[in-house]
Design a protein. Structure first.
Lengths: 223, 245
């Protein structure tokens, strides 16, 4: 079982490593999206500072969604996915491996670039740290929610819009608590509660999403 | 009893029953909505603070209840369809989605018409409004997913899974939005004092809710019949039914 998990993880990561666009595009999108908001806010530093955490967060969410569309695409089109489905390893575990690979290839780069964006948005050191912590807790949750959506739209040619329509409403609570945590940190308020709730969401999706995704995959690939 | 349910879950028996019940449901819905509107718009007293504007509540509140009830009903029906593989349950989901989305839209529109004179704004990012808006997005997501998958049965099953994910998330979304509102108190917005509603206003409200429920059932039965006709147009029982009447 762990061997299947490790093998799939290694395969997915190798595939990503050989197509650099897969992990660079979300990062570039993330930066461009955040920059656009700074034009909208004008030159007022105070405005930028107050909307900064939210802007970075929404951009991170959109960037993760952008990279999700192709999660099952090539495996579905060349029939690899059907082969994976016949493997003796439990399907939820396989889903988990894929979600983990997606997080490493799309979530971690966002995590690494986010402190720079925090500085660009004039956040202080403490808030930037909390921003990075919230992104670290929540990007795996995005990957888990997103993989569920990606399984549902697997047969669609242009799935990006539909995928966003399905998954973005489900991400609302994470967005709310992450931004609240960063704002509270900027006001020197305690943030333990927010972080614990974010962790709770992560555990919650970690438990349910692999089974939901496995169910969706079985339905979409059945004849 | 169990046998009766089983019989009803086949398209043929449901079709016959729905054909017989639809006119009754429709008339009852029309009558109770008419009575509810009369009681609400004419009989119920004027609110001392909100004047006549509060009367929009008699449409707004029942549609809000319906919007939530229909989503729950769809999720239950979707689960039934997935677990016992009953096609008719999936048909009910698909048929109910558009109606539920309409009730949600009615809730939002009437709410903002009421909000303009009361709050001075068409829209406030209040907890209830926001979670109702997200409910609308969930309905739209379901409809979009179902219509995007060409294979109808597959689309309905995928939709049912999405509904289950949504129904798990709705309480979480609702409470997070509530906390978000309390964390960022922007304006002190007064809301209905629902527990202390006067009986003369409560009765029309309940009559309207009853009427809306019947209206929902009528439209649901009509839409399900139409969908059964679409999928079963080649079946023998339908032709026999056509020849006999």
């Amino acid at each position: 079982m762990t061997r299947a998990f490790g093998a799939l993880l290694k395969r997915d990561l190798t595939l990503v490593a050989r197509t650099p666009g897969d992990y660079t595009t979300p990062v570039i999108f993330f930066v461009v999206c955040t920059t656009l908001f700074s034009f909208v806010a004008g030159k007022d530093i105070a405005v930028l500072k107050s909307i900064g955490p939210g802007v970075i967060w929404v951009s991170a969410l959109l960037a993760s969604m952008l990279s999700l569309e192709g999660l099952f695409r090539s495996d579905y089109e060349d029939g690899t996915l059907e082969q994976i489905l016949t493997a003796p390893a439990p399907l939820p575990l396989i889903v988990l491996a894929k979600a983990f690979a997606h997080w490493i290839s799309a979530g971690v780069p966002l995590l690494l670039i986010s402190p720079i964006l925090g500085i660009l948005m004039n956040l202080d050191f403490h808030s930037t740290t909390i921003l990075v912590v919230t992104i670290a807790i929540s990007t795996p949750t995005f990957s888990l929610i997103g993989i569920f959506g990606a399984a549902l739209v697997i047969s669609q040619k242009k799935a990006g819009m539909l995928l966003s329509l399905l998954t973005l409403p489900l991400c609302v609570p994470i967005l709310i608590f992450s931004v609240s945590a960063v704002s509270a940190a900027a006001d020197q308020l305690p943030i333990g509660g927010h972080l614990m709730l974010l962790a709770a969401f992560f555990v919650f999706t970690l438990t349910l999403s692999p089974f939901g995704t496995a169910g969706a995959l079985r339905i979409m690939l059945s004849n | 009893m169990w046998l009766w349910f089983h019989k009803l879950s086949t398209a043929r028996h449901f079709y016959a029953l729905a054909t017989r019940l639809t006119p009754w449901l429709g008339w009852l819905a029309g009558i109770s909505i008419a009575i509810g509107l009369y009681l609400g718009l004419v009989v119920a007293p004027i609110d001392y603070q909100q004047k006549d504007a509060y009367r929009i509540m008699f449409v707004h509140v029942p549609s809000a209840w319906m919007s939530m009830m229909i989503y729950t009903m769809m999720a239950v029906s979707g689960a039934i369809g997935l677990i016992w593989r009953i096609k008719l349950a999936h048909v009910a989901c698909t048929a109910a989605a558009t109606i539920g989305a309409s009730f949600t839209l009615i809730t939002l529109v009437t709410g903002s018409i009421w909000g303009k004179p009361m709050w001075g704004a068409w829209w406030a990012w209040d907890a209830r409004l926001t979670s109702e808006l997200i409910l609308l997005f969930l309905y739209l997501g379901f409809i979009a997913l179902e219509s995007a998958i060409p294979d109808r049965t597959k689309g309905q099953k995928a939709g049912a899974i999405l509904l289950l994910a949504g129904v798990v998330n709705i309480p979480i979304i609702h409470y997070s939005v509530l906390w978000w509102h309390t964390l960022h108190q922007t304006a002190s917005v007064s809301k209905f004092g629902i527990p202390s509603i006067h009986i003369s206003m409560l009765i029309p409200l309940l009559v309207m809710t009853f009427g809306f429920m019947l209206l929902f059932l009528t439209v649901l039965a009509l839409r399900m019949r139409a969908m059964i006709l679409e999928t079963e147009y080649q079946s023998k029982w339908l032709r026999q039914l056509e020849e006999s009447g």
